[in-house]
Design a protein. Sequence first.
Length: 132
Amino acid sequence: MKLDVIRELNADHARLASTLGVLSGRPELDAEAVLLLKDVRAQLSAHLEREDRKLYPEMRAAAEKNESLREMLKVMGLEMNEISAKAVALIDGWIAGKGAGRFAEDFAFLHALLKDRIQREENKLYAKYLKL
C-alpha cells in the first residue's frame, strides 16, 4: 500500500516535471504557455491534495512519537507552504498576463525551485514514509 502511494506521488512528479520541461523551452509568455501554466497549476494542486490525503496522515501520526520526523515534517511543511505560495502567485500572474517581460527568467527560477523540492520529497520524505 505505501509503495502504491509513493508510485502515485512519483507519477505526479513525473507529469509535473514533463510539463515544466516543455515550458522551460519557451522564450515568451504566449497563449500556449498560458495553457501549460494552467495545467501546471492544476497538477500542483492535485499533487498537494493527494499528499495531504494519502501521505501526511500516517506520517503525522508517526511523528507524534518521533521528534526527528516531527521536525522534518515541520520544516518541509513550512517550506512547501512558501514554495506553493510563490508558485501560485507567479502562475496566476502569468495567466493574468502579468510579468511577460520577465517570464523566461522568472520561470527558470520557479522550475529550479520545484525541481529541487521534488528531489527532496523523493529522496527524504518518501524514504521516511516507506520506513514507517
